[in-house]
Ligand binder design. Structure first.
Ligand SMILES: NC(=O)c1ccc[n+]([C@@H]2O[C@H](COP(=O)([O-])OP(=O)(O)OC[C@H]3O[C@@H](n4cnc5c(N)ncnc54)[C@H](O)[C@@H]3O)[C@@H](O)[C@H]2O)c1
Ligand SMILES: N[C@H](CO)Cc1c[nH]c[nH+]1
Ligand SMILES: [Zn+2]
Length: 436
């Protein structure tokens, strides 16, 4: 049974606080296991990758077979049907079109003092793209990672994807080819993140690691941050649906189950002022769930983390949603635009009953790599910006230095940094006819 809450309950505040602090992915044991995997990969490199892949993915590799060879990629991609190829190509072109609009412009201007100022964007040199593969395979995540990186102009794109028992989805390799990925390694989990961050004899390190994954991947990204950049914490999937009015309970149930089937740690939440609709959706979930091929995973997620909250009205629903800051927010109400205006914290927002979150997972265009575990309060979904950095630019004319330099000298003196002050005053002295 999912968690049932109502804002009319006298102890609602405490129950909601417990929901907010529910830990799905950063348990101490996951962090400890990840720390020792990272230390092992740093210490033993390829040998650790081979051993850990044997242990976690039941796949015997050697340093030579960590990467997919060109021949293996060609043999796998040849198996893809024309229909699947067309679907992947359509997804790629919509994702590319959406992300091309994100490319920011450089800027330069000269201010009244004569200082020419601005900034310039440049891509990171090498990006490591994590593509999950433990319980399901994600060709769509290849496109969502690699296309923005290519749009940004990243030179070297590396993918790590686990292939449990050696089984690879040919669409993963075809998506990598379509998106122009340079290297694909069949490793996953914390060991893959460590290899991309620190490098091994076979895998050169990257500058930035992006992509979703389970609790181990999310913890590893947290732990290597600083050595490399990361996009965000994109852990076990989440959906929060706010519903009211004439809604189809079966559709809503399927939307909840679509995220629950990703992972036993996924979370699906329904918030509605309509108790009858809440009961109908729960009944539909329970009707549909047992026949799903991934009933075990979806059932565990729904049982442990599934939540239904009955509110007094939609305003209350929007306020609770903001506090949960979900990865995906579906607004299945009569006026979704108006309700969207009342929410601020969500990775991706889906407006109206005809916009199932699942379409956003594949083909609508926006990225599906999104912040989870309430991190949408302070971070955004993956974008072209994640693969770019900004350098500021300044050029001063002698007149500009004469105008603003004296203030710099005073501030340097107040900080007790005399070389700073003299580096400016030596030039000012020349401008004032002195020796410098
Ligand atoms: N937030 C997002 O944007 C987004 C997008 C897509 C998928 N997802 C999430 O990505 C996740 C994919 O998870 P997955 O498991 O299918 O694949 P995964 O590739 O993330 O994880 C598989 C790896 O986890 C490691 N692992 C598993 N059990 C371990 C253990 N006991 N100790 C150490 N390492 C262990 C193994 O190395 C294995 O290779 C799901 O949670 C899904 O919801 C999130
Ligand atoms: N819903 C996932 C993000 O949480 C993305 C995805 C990929 N394939 C299916 N779904
Ligand atoms: Zn999904």
């Amino acid at each position: 049974m999912p968690i049932h809450l109502s804002t009319a309950q006298p102890d609602f505040a405490e129950r909601f606080a417990a929901l907010l602090s529910m830990k799905r992915e950063d348990a101490a044991d996951v962090n400890d296991a990840v720390a020792s995997i990272i230390a092992d990969v740093r210490g033993r490199g390829d040998a650790a990758l081979v051993e850990l892949t044997g242990r976690f993915d039941r796949l015997a590799l050697t340093a030579e077979t960590l990467a997919f060879s060109k021949d293996e990629i060609a043999a796998q991609t040849a198996k893809v049907s024309a229909e699947d190829r067309a679907a992947l190509a359509m997804a790629a072109s919509r994702i590319r079109a959406y992300h091309a609009r994100q490319m920011p412009d450089d800027l330069s201007w000269t201010d009244p003092e004569g200082a020419t100022l601005g900034w310039r964007w440049t891509p990171v040199s090498a990006a490591g793209l994590y593509v999950p593969g433990g319980q399901a395979s994600y060709p769509s995540s290849v496109l969502m990672n690699a296309i923005p990186a290519r749009v940004a102009g990243v030179e070297r794109l590396v993918i790590c994807v686990p292939t449990p028992d050696g089984v690879v989805n040919p669409l993963v390799l075809l998506a990598a080819e379509l998106a122009g990925v340079d290297e694909v390694y069949r490793i996953g989990g914390a060991q893959a993140i460590a290899a991309m961050a620190y490098g091994t004899r076979t895998i050169r390190p990257v500058d930035k690691i992006t992509g979703p994954g389970n609790a181990y991947v999310a913890a590893a990204k947290r732990q290597v941050f600083g050595r490399v950049g990361i996009d965000m914490i994109a852990g076990p999937s989440e959906v929060l649906i706010i519903a009211q009015g004439e809604q189809n309970p079966e559709w809503l149930a399927l939307d909840l189950l679509a995220q629950a089937e990703h992972d036993a740690d996924a979370q699906s939440i329904l918030i509605t002022p309509d108790e009858t609709l809440a009961r109908a959706v729960v009944a539909e979930v329970e009707r549909i769930l047992p026949a799903l091929p991934r009933a075990e995973v979806a059932g565990a997620s729904w049982r442990d983390y599934g939540t239904v909250i009955v509110t007094r009205d939609l305003d209350e629903a929007a306020a609770l949603s903001d506090r949960l800051a979900p990865e995906h927010l579906e607004l299945c109400v009569d006026d979704p635009e108006a309700l969207a205006e009342k929410t601020r914290h969500a990775g991706a927002i889906f407006l109206g009953g005809w916009t199932p979150e699942a379409v956003g997972d594949y083909v609508s265009g926006p990225n599906h790599v999104l912040p989870t575990a309430r991190s949408a309060r302070f971070s955004s979904g993956l974008s072209v910006m994640d693969f770019l950095k900004r350098s500021t630019i300044a050029r001063l004319s002698p007149e500009a230095l004469a105008a603003i330099g004296p203030a710099a000298v005073r501030l340097a003196e107040s900080e007790g940094l005399s070389a700073h002050g003299r580096s400016v005053s030596a030039r000012l002295a020349v401008l004032n006819g002195g020796q410098g």
